[in-house]
Design a protein around this ligand. Sequence first.
Ligand code: 8X3
Length: 266
Amino acid sequence: MSTTPTHSPGPAGPAAATPVAVVTGASSGIGAASARRLAAEGHRVVLTARRADRIGALAAELTAAGRRAEAYPLDVTDRAAVDAFAASLDRCDVLVNNAGGALGMDAVADADPADWRTMYEVNVLGVLHVTQALLPALTASGAGTVVVISSTAGHGVYEGGAGYVAAKHGAHVLARTLRLEIVDRPVRVIEIAPGMVRTEEFSLVRFGGDAERAAKVYEGVAEPLTADDVADTVAWAVTRPPHVNVDLLVLRPRAQASNTKVHRQA
Ligand code: 8X3
């Protein structure tokens, strides 16, 4: 994978007034959909993810459609790379911490600690790295927004989910605590906690590429949420006036009443 940034700081002058939204994990799913929506809402979007080819293609697609978009290959678990990324930005108004994911559905008794470590690294430390690195720019913007895409896994438990659940609880706690700590700064902290969202990769990655097992997650569920449903919520929350802080939005499909109560048609 190439690590050459394709992002370059925007020019000074009138164009610099365009708000900049950084989206992590923008290579697919909720991240890509959120980037599309924020670009449509008038943001200059900076797409970050490990897969340079994917974010490069999305940036090209958005640019061809008349939007402002740039790609910057980034692994959020690499603190030095995150700091270099932050230093390359001329401004940042919105940060959407979306990079994350689940590995496995193993019981606590059997889970692989390496999976837990990876999930903690990306879902918690990834959010910490990027948020810390961009907080000065978000503050300097005069009306910054930090979005944390957590999960309903950050608000409840389910069997086989403990590693992911623990990590998402970590992301939730980070968001809540940060909101307390920076109340005197012009930066709001919004947490969006989606439940069952059918994306091309979430469950496939969770089950190590086992497509059959991944498909079973959504079996019989009339309408799981889509990445666009979540992106719609991200765009709504971000486009509220700066003094309005949407602390937390929990979002589920109608057929999912809780983490463990899902209606499935026969
Ligand atoms: C995804 C929701 O139910 O798979 O963040 O944990 S769940």
